[in-house]
Design a binder for this molecule. Structure first.
Ligand code: XMP
Length: 399
């Protein structure tokens, strides 16, 4: 059946109005299309009884909290919004966690506790949130903990957080949310924006979160997004990972040989490493917290061999098939040759439904430009890689 945004909006506005009556409700907006659409829809239903809050949680992109607050408080949306600076609280809550799921759970706990306190102060009994169908599918399949899927996880929000949760977008997918957003007059900067996870850059900081690491990631994110937006894939971003390597990883030698054969170079010109930190993948519909492999092949002058991205993806297929513990394969774009703490990974994918995705064939010229700019701005980054893993076996996010 064809999706008609007008009908969806009319039906949901009525239902939200009926459920909320004269009560006040809170919507947490992150600036993403889902939360803003949800806020605009709720505003239609209950007007000034809605309060939007933006949690400035330290994981938004450079300048983002101010930009989003400005955009949605102005016409045509004119949503009532309050920004809360809760950076310290979130940084403390996530401190010391390395594991991706542990970080997501700590984020979720802090997120809802902050909202509970705000709801109490503001006299709101309801929380309206922009959970969409794909969030529920992925969480219930056990791939990862979406920060906003509570009832589906068996968490009773009234008992645990003191408010009732309403999810007006839970039956629709991203493409339909965008249609609803356009219909509601959400500015195109938001309605057409690529997805950004609720826990923000905490997801794209692989392993432990540290202030300097987050700062490097923010700079790299601005660069990668600016360059890739010139010819935008479905989703594109930067990720930061510590250079620390897994010691004595067996099989690396045989891997070098396989890779050398494909590049037609001796295995002496092939370099492989397995990072200490792991990353989330998905295999046969199940979550896999797997290893991250980085590879580089050079010519005899020490220049990194630049082969078409599709060849690298094929190489990744072969490696992952033979070594099921790998969730990601990265290929070097460039490196400084200095020993530094971090690597940046550029991730760009093409996808329709976000449940599967292919690696975007970004030109080497763009990738090299991104790497050069990152080295100029991020002094503790010594390598920039391109993630050549589709979903599956990786997820779209790199966490
Ligand atoms: P994955 O990484 O699971 O991502 O392949 C699929 C899509 O979902 C987005 N994503 C999130 N969105 N909160 C969100 O609102 C989250 O916690 C979250 N995690 C992933 C991701 O960016 C991609 O578009």
């Amino acid at each position: 059946m064809k999706f008609v945004p007008q009908k969806f909006v009319e039906k949901q506005t009525k239902e939200i109005g009926k459920m909320l009556g004269d009560h006040r409700a809170l919507v947490a907006v992150s600036g993403g299309v889902d939360s803003v659409t949800c806020a605009a829809l709720t505003h239609r239903a209950i007007g000034e009884n809605l309060l939007c809050v933006m949690l400035d949680d330290a994981f938004m992109r450079e300048g983002e909290p101010e930009r989003i607050a400005r955009l949605i408080s102005r016409p045509p949306l004119q949503l009532p919004i309050k920004t809360l600076n809760v950076q310290e609280r979130f940084l403390e809550a996530l401190e010391g966690h390395k594991d991706a799921e542990a970080k997501r759970k700590a984020f979720r706990e802090t997120f809802y506790n902050t909202l509970r306190e705000t709801a109490e102060e503001e006299g709101c009994q309801f929380l309206v949130q922009g959970t969409i169908a794909a969030d529920i599918v992925e969480t219930t399949r056990g791939v990862k903990t979406q920060h906003n899927v509570l009832a589906q996880m068996g968490i009773n929000p009234i008992e645990r957080f003191g408010f009732q949760v309403i999810e007006p977008l839970a039956s629709i997918y991203k493409g339909q949310v965008r249609k609803v957003a356009r219909y509601l007059g959400v500015p195109s900067e938001i309605s057409e924006r690529q997805p950004f996870p609720g826990p923000g850059l905490s997801v794209r900081t692989v392993g432990e979160i540290k202030a300097d690491k987050l700062e490097m990631l923010k700079k790299a994110t601005a660069i990668a997004e600016e360059e890739l937006a010139k010819n935008p894939p479905s989703q594109f971003f930067a990720v930061i990972i510590e250079n620390a390597e897994r010691p004595r990883y067996s099989k690396l030698e045989s891997l070098s040989k396989t890779i050398g054969d494909i590049f037609n170079v001796l295995s002496d010109y092939v370099f492989v490493k397995v990072f200490q930190d792991k990353a989330t993948g998905v295999k046969k519909g199940q979550r896999l917290y797997g290893d991250v492999l980085a590879i580089k092949a050079e010519d005899e002058n020490g220049h990194i061999l630049k082969t078409p991205i599709e060849n690298l993806v094929r190489l990744q297929d072969k490696i992952v098939e033979e070594n099921p513990s790998f969730a990601r394969v990265l290929y070097a774009i460039n490196e400084t040759g200095k020993r530094q703490t971090y690597s940046i990974v550029v991730r760009a994918v093409e996808t329709v439904d976000f449940l599967t995705a292919s690696v975007a064939e970004v030109s080497w010229t763009s990738l090299e430009k991104i790497a050069d700019r990152i080295f100029d701005s991020c002094p503790t980054v010594s390598s920039v890689y391109y993630d050549v893993t589709p979903k599956p076996p990786a997820t779209i996010e790199f966490e």
